[in-house]
Design a protein around this ligand. Structure first.
Ligand SMILES: Cc1ncc(COP(=O)(O)O)c(C=O)c1O
Length: 427
């Protein structure tokens, strides 16, 4: 990493450094969420409003991370704050259903083409885990097909073949690994091959319709359509993980790309900034969890937490079609102009993404799957730190996304910082 960038960062962040030192005494490496850690230590944030973060060192940062797509309305949007605080003040966690979950469920059923019935949990991890269980209950099979490099949370099955971090994932039983089959994204022949060889033993095929964590990689439409055709042919439930991609259209990426799965996992913004997950889909599959005669069990102290549900309803209300289309247009502009800026520098950088999601890769591309995206991951932190030092906060691996408080002025700000940062890295 460029020593100037590290020195500048350390000089600007003494309070974050002190907090990190305290944190290392009580948390391994001072960290409790792998992706928020970066070298030499992460910045601590004292507050956030709209599209700005205020760090403990009193720096204002333009937030292009948005908690990995969760804060689609930016930070502390007044309507959501009001809905959540009002609901919390009326008693939260009552051990019985409240109308908030019914309203949020109705909204999701209205919006997302595949969702006829839905259930709530507390994370995207739980959402993909339970969607897979519904599929296993339907098929009676235990082998899961996923994409190489696909990220779906942290339960055992989906931790297999995430890669990218180059580590062994200790704690995942070998037996689980043996029950996961993988295929590369956007490779139709490989997908056909997997179904020919394993189609009869598959419980489900789970994928993000646009690979988010793996690098903001857009799908070839024919790949998604082939996935739909093959899963139908073999009666294998197709699961779309739309934890991130729900933000791409009123009905999620499945509406944007016109391919409807059997089950969908959701999370991130649908809880208004509180922990949330949801999974839904075809009624016959979801009936696995029917309380009277279902075969699967789904419980959780905080499932359908009233304040979370109320925050989700307020968020979905604000994130209507017009708001999403405006954000997607800003995203188009950002990618287009970022590509032109990158072309003016002597560095291998590829810009991917769709709608309000984008990613910068330190590779000449093309980036079409996790393997081609991984080529530049290690080299990225240098650019991340250069941008962070100039007031723009993104994921250390180069992922970014937009929030509704942003407008053309923030895109200008990002592009100017990108240009300067590329020059700094080049030097
Ligand atoms: C596509 C995808 N699926 C699942 C998850 C897991 O969600 P959570 O972190 O809420 O468990 C994430 C989180 O980033 C995600 O991006």
């Amino acid at each position: 990493m460029n020593p100037d960038s590290v020195e500048d960062y350390v000089a600007a962040t003494p309070r974050s450094r002190a907090l990190h030192e305290r944190a290392t005494a009580v948390m391994p490496g001072g960290d409790t969420r792998s992706v928020t850690f970066h070298e030499p230590y992460p910045s601590y944030v004292q507050s956030a409003s709209g599209c700005r973060l205020l760090t403990e060192d009193d720096e204002e940062l333009l937030d292009l991370l948005n908690n990995y797509t969760q804060s689609v309305l930016g930070h502390a949007p007044p309507a959501v704050v009001e809905a959540v605080t009002d609901r919390f003040a009326r008693g939260n966690g009552v051990g019985a259903p409240t109308d908030d979950a019914v309203v949020l469920a109705e909204r999701l059923v209205d919006r997302v083409p595949s969702i006829e019935q839905v259930r709530f949990g507390n994370s995207g991890t739980e959402a993909t885990m339970n969607a897979i269980r519904a599929a296993m209950a339907h098929t009676g099979e235990e082998t899961v097909l996923k994409l190489q490099g696909g990220y779906h949370g942290t339960h055992d099955t989906v931790e297999v073949a995430v890669e990218g971090d180059g580590r062994e994932h200790a704690g995942i039983p070998r037996d689980v690994e043996r029950r996961v089959v993988t295929a590369p994204f956007n490779d139709i022949d490989a997908l056909k091959d997997r179904f020919e060889r394993h189609g009869d033993e598959l419980a489900c095929f789970i994928l993000e319709p646009l690979m988010g964590v793996a690098g903001g990689i857009s799908p070839e439409l024919a790949f998604l359509e082939t996935a739909r055709d093959l899963t139908e042919e073999y009666d294998v439930p197709l699961i779309f993980d739309e934890v991130m991609t729900m933000r791409l259209a009123h009905g999620g990426a499945q509406a944007r790309y016109g391919v409807t799965p059997d089950l969908t996992a959701l999370g991130k913004f649908i809880g208004g900034g509180l922990p949330v997950g949801a999974f839904g889909g075809r009624e016959d599959l979801m009936n696995a969890f029917h309380p009277e005669d279902g075969v699967a069990h789904h419980s959780g102290t905080f499932n359908a937490n009233p304040a979370t549900m109320a925050g989700g309803v307020a968020t979905l209300e604000a994130l209507d079609t017009a708001a999403i289309e405006r954000l997607n247009e800003l995203g188009n502009r950002l990618r287009r102009e970022a590509r032109a800026i990158v072309a003016g520098h002597d560095l291998d950088v590829t810009v991917t993404g769709d709608g309000s999601m984008f990613q910068l890769h330190r590779t000449s591309g093309p980036v079409t799957d996790a393997e081609s995206a991984a080529a530049g991951t290690d080299a990225f932190e240098e650019l991340f730190l250069a941008m962070r030092n100039r007031g723009v906060f993104m994921a250390p691996r180069g992922m970014g996304n937009l929030s509704t408080p942003m407008d053309d002025a923030e895109i200008d700000e990002f592009l100017a910082v990108l240009d300067d940062s590329l020059a700094a890295v080049e030097a």
